[in-house]
Design a binder for this molecule. Structure first.
Ligand SMILES: Nc1ncnc2c1ncn2[C@@H]1O[C@H](COP(=O)(O)OP(=O)(O)OP(=O)(O)O)[C@@H](O)[C@H]1O
Length: 507
């Protein structure tokens, strides 16, 4: 597969994927009521067969807004279609990066799975398009952000709040599992919130179709290459013991992750938190859980049962399906038939933001555009443009420059290449700072509340004078001859930081 992708070069893999989709869908349309669809009219058959069609749009058709989030192989940006005014969350993936990181199967899988899922608790895919460098998925925009941020901003959630979110996750998971799919990456970062605060499950790149799967999945659309390579799929802190023991995957994987997520909502941290992945795994295998004494008996019992070492004993995994989970005393009072009509918990807003969503930021949307190499800025900003050409990592990271709030800290013509809210860890304390890498190049950390630069790390292209050492998915050290600074990125982008800085040193 990889050899084939290499031969085809940039964009070839995705074009091939679309061809495969088409041929598969032609088979479907021949055997269904679509006889009047001309097989030669590929665009029409595409549009007919996919619920979310592949369109011929370009990035210039959208006004880009704030960055919703950054994943391991994508950036998700708020984007308003200029002609319709409809706002989407545009998931942007760099083709070269996906090919190099061998993530083609994930992208195919997510595209085809999201196309076929239809549930109010699952993020909706509306259409896709592509250009020379990037693939784009136009998703329903979840303006309330991640559940992860709600937990962080509130410290921890009340039992009523946690019950509301957990019930909506259970309802969506019941649907996903009933379609014969295991999500495999349930965690607060992948549980998004609508503007009014309802849950939408996102990120289906790690999903696993089971034997009786009701979703049409192409054989090479899979996240299983990591299974074969003996690396686990998912996120360390939410992985169940059976995955670490290489036992066959079951729906119990999602139930364990639900247990971890409920614990995190109620306590503020995941149950198996530790300094490294290895230590986390030791805790999981030893089932080393400590319950805070403020958990109610019902909450404690439900988490305890979901975190059963035997996946078949977790509530929801038995012969009566999700009925035993939904009838657990923790969910007493939940109206499962009218769930989405319930009033969601009040959203805690980002510090410094006066109202929710990205609407207020529309007027300050950065006019920088990208796609197809025809990068333009309204002011002919060539510095930003050259940053895009400095390699795929840098180009991917460059999308962060859309958050205009940070521009006031930069010089004219300077643009942000990568940015994260991280913890600057010192011996006894740790402080939240915004770490920013610019195209100057410049590496600074900023007090996010006061918008004041707290440190400027002296840049050097020479790795002897500036180097990044990754110690875990979240932790990295920035080393200069005079200082070693330790950072923790809660979104586990330590390696991305290293790659972005090194890409710039080697530009
Ligand atoms: N539809 C959406 N609306 C709003 N924000 C979104 C949406 N989809 C994704 N995001 C944000 O973007 C982030 C990255 O998206 P996603 O998890 O799909 O990317 P990924 O590259 O698949 O990431 P991962 O590293 O988790 O596999 C999410 O954690 C979330 O903050």
């Amino acid at each position: 597969m990889l050899a084939l992708v290499e031969e085809e070069g940039r964009g070839g893999a995705y074009n091939k994927m679309e061809k495969e989709f088409n041929s598969k869908l032609r088979i479907q349309s021949n055997s269904s009521s679509s006889k009047n669809i001309n097989n030669n009219d590929s665009q029409r058959s595409k549009n007919f067969a996919f619920r979310a069609p592949q369109e011929n749009f370009s990035i210039q058709d959208f006004e880009l807004g704030k960055i919703h989030g950054v994943g391991s192989y994508s950036k998700v940006v708020r984007a308003k279609k200029k002609d319709t005014g409809i706002v989407y969350a545009l998931k942007i993936m760099d083709k070269e990066f996906i090919r190099k990181e061998n993530k083609t199967g994930y992208v195919k899988l997510e595209r085809i799975v999201l196309d076929q899922l239809d549930h109010p608790g699952v993020v909706r895919l509306f259409f896709t398009f592509q250009d020379t460098f990037s693939l784009y998925m136009a998703l329903e925009s979840c303006e309330g952000g991640e559940l992860f941020d709600q937990i962080t901003r509130k410290g921890r959630l009340s039992e009523d709040e946690a019950r509301f979110y957990a019930a909506e996750v259970v309802d969506a998971l019941e649907y996903i599992n009933s379609m014969g799919l295991i999500h495999r990456d349930i965690k607060p970062e992948n549980l998004l919130l609508t503007e009014d605060g309802h849950i939408k499950i996102a990120d289906f790149g790690s999903a696993k179709p089971m034997q009786d799967c009701k979703i049409t999945v192409l054989s090479n659309a899979t996240s299983d290459s990591d299974d074969e390579a003996c690396t686990f799929v998912g996120t360390a802190a939410y992985v169940p013991p059976e995955v670490l023991n290489s036992s066959p995957a079951t729906f119990g994987i999602d139930l364990w992750a639900l247990g971890c997520t409920l614990y995190q909502m109620l306590s503020g941290t995941s149950p198996f938190k530790d300094a490294s992945e290895w230590l986390i795994f030791q805790r999981i295998i030893a089932r080393d859980i400590r319950f805070p004494n403020y958990f109610s008996a019902e909450a404690r019992d439900l988490v305890d049962k979901l975190l059963d070492m035997d996946p078949s004993r977790r509530p929801g995994a038995g012969p009566d399906g999700y009925a035993s989970l939904k009838s657990h005393p923790f969910f007493k009072g939940i109206d499962w038939t009218n769930l989405r009509a319930g009033t969601p918990p009040k959203l805690a807003l980002e510090p410094g933001v006066l109202s929710s969503g990205g609407k207020d930021q529309d007027s300050s949307w950065n006019p920088l555009h990208f796609g197809d190499g025809s990068l333009q800025t309204s002011d002919g900003n060539s510095a930003a443009a050259s940053a895009f050409q400095a390699g795929s990592i840098t180009r991917l990271a460059s999308i962060d420059s859309y958050d205009s709030k940070w521009q006031q800290l930069l010089e004219p013509g300077e643009s942000v290449l990568m940015i994260s809210m991280v913890k600057k860890v010192q011996k006894l304390t740790s402080k939240k700072v915004q770490l920013i890498l610019t195209n100057k190049p410049k590496l600074i950390y900023v007090d996010p509340a006061k918008l004041v630069v707290k440190g400027n790390i002296i840049w050097s292209d020479n790795p002897d004078d500036l180097s990044i050492h990754v110690t875990s998915p979240s932790n990295f050290k920035i080393c200069t001859p005079k200082k070693v600074m330790s950072f923790e990125d809660p979104k586990q982008r330590a390696l991305q930081w290293k790659k972005a800085i090194e890409a710039l040193q080697n530009r």
